[in-house]
Write a protein that binds this ligand. Structure first.
Ligand SMILES: NC(=O)c1ccc[n+]([C@@H]2O[C@H](COP(=O)([O-])OP(=O)(O)OC[C@H]3O[C@@H](n4cnc5c(N)ncnc54)[C@H](O)[C@@H]3O)[C@@H](O)[C@H]2O)c1
Ligand SMILES: O=P(O)(O)OC[C@H](O)CO
Length: 325
């Protein structure tokens, strides 16, 4: 299977490295000329994945037309840009593996739903899970959910992408796999706030558990399966992203918890913290679906500039409830 990758950020580059295992040729489309130059000339993506020596079989390009005649394309542009990039790429009926985590503003569609509109003839798969790009690129052990309704395509993609340290677990639940990745980014901001404001480890554990409860409510309402939400792309990724300043979303939350404004924290950022874009869309989508998501609501209030102490007090003073409700 000849693989192309759309997006030369940290994750697209790490996945190109995965796909290039054993010297297999991979085409990596990147937006930034300096990324293309760095990958082709130095075999390193100095802008987004510095310090990782890349396979010489990865060829970077700035021309989307170079992605024609591939057997599968990994889509790794940030969620808000997937529609535009797919609209400009030669997709046709080439299978798309969606690797971005988010919900599109305006349409409130998951990335897979956006792809179905932008490339209606392309079969869709989703690759998601607890995956810090640097660790994957360094060959550290990692496991992901690979979701695709077509069992045969799922098996072919798994065979092509899995390796000794990169395990794929198959699933037919595309929606469930996408919801975990999108929602955990918002919850990771909340956990970062707890860290930044010094609220303690009890509070962080409570947020992970109650955050997972709201991820599950939303996921089930959107047609995802409980088994997927408790799997790698849901709970697995939530635990990873809520535990480390290696996460851009968690780090954004740390800054908010320290009293800095979202505008200041997001200004001039080259790397993407998807949760900041997903949070307002998720709040609106949850309201539309009649799903209660108090942690998501609190993250939105903080992003809009409310003081941390007031938001925490509001969360803690809500009426007591049954845990399973
Ligand atoms: N970095 C990770 O560890 C990781 C792991 C799993 C999933 N993801 C997901 O992968 C997606 C891409 O994240 P990343 O970490 O590779 O990015 P990044 O933060 O490393 O880099 C930013 C990327 O955004 C792109 N970009 C900026 N403006 C754009 C535009 N107008 N149109 C198209 N692209 C534009 C840049 O070209 C660059 O590729 C996100 O949805 C992220 O949640 C990231
Ligand atoms: O750095 P983050 O917060 O975008 O998280 C990266 C990955 O999604 C972790 O699985």
């Amino acid at each position: 299977m000849r693989i192309g990758v759309i997006g030369g950020g940290a994750w697209g580059t790490a996945l190109a490295q995965v796909a290039a295992r054993g010297g297999q040729p991979v085409t990596l489309w990147a937006r930034e000329p300096e990324v293309i130059e760095s990958v082709n000339g130095l075999h390193e993506n100095r802008q987004f994945l510095a310090g990782v020596r890349l396979s010489e079989s990865i060829r970077a390009t700035g021309d989307l037309a170079d992605l024609a005649d591939h057997d599968a394309l990994l889509v790794v542009a940030p969620a808000q840009h997937v529609r535009a990039v797919l609209g400009a790429a030669p997709i046709g009926s080439t299978p798309l593996v969606l690797c971005a985590k988010g919900i599109e503003a305006g349409s409130r569609l998951l990335v897979g739903e956006v792809a179905r509109q932008a490339a209606p003839d392309a079969p869709i798969a989703v690759l998601s899970g607890p995956t810090f790009a640097h660790e994957v690129a360094a060959g550290k052990p990692t496991a992901v959910t690979l979701a695709c309704e077509d069992e045969d395509l799922r098996a072919r993609l798994a065979e092509r992408l899995a390796g000794p340290a990169f395990r794929t677990y198959g699933s037919a639940d595309v929606i469930g796999a996408e919801i975990g990745g999108a929602v955990k980014n918002v919850l990771a901001i909340a956990c970062g706030v707890v860290e930044g404001a010094g609220l303690g480890l009890n509070a962080r554990a409570a947020l992970i558990a109650r955050g997972f409860a709201e991820m599950t409510r939303f996921g089930l309402a959107r047609g995802g399966l409980a088994e997927t939400l408790t799997g790698l792309s849901g709970l697995g990724d939530l635990v990873l992203t809520c535990s480390s300043t290696n996460s851009r979303n968690f780090s954004l939350g740390v800054g908010l918890g320290q009293g800095r404004s979202a505008a200041e924290l997001l200004a001039d950022r080259k790397t993407v913290a998807e949760g900041a874009f997903t949070a307002p869309v998720l709040r609106d989508a949850a309201a539309e679906a009649g799903v209660e998501m108090p942690v998501t609501a609190a993250v939105n209030t903080l992003l809009e500039g409310a003081p941390v102490q007031r938001v925490v007090e509001a969360l803690l003073s809500r009426p007591l409830r049954e845990e399973q409700a």
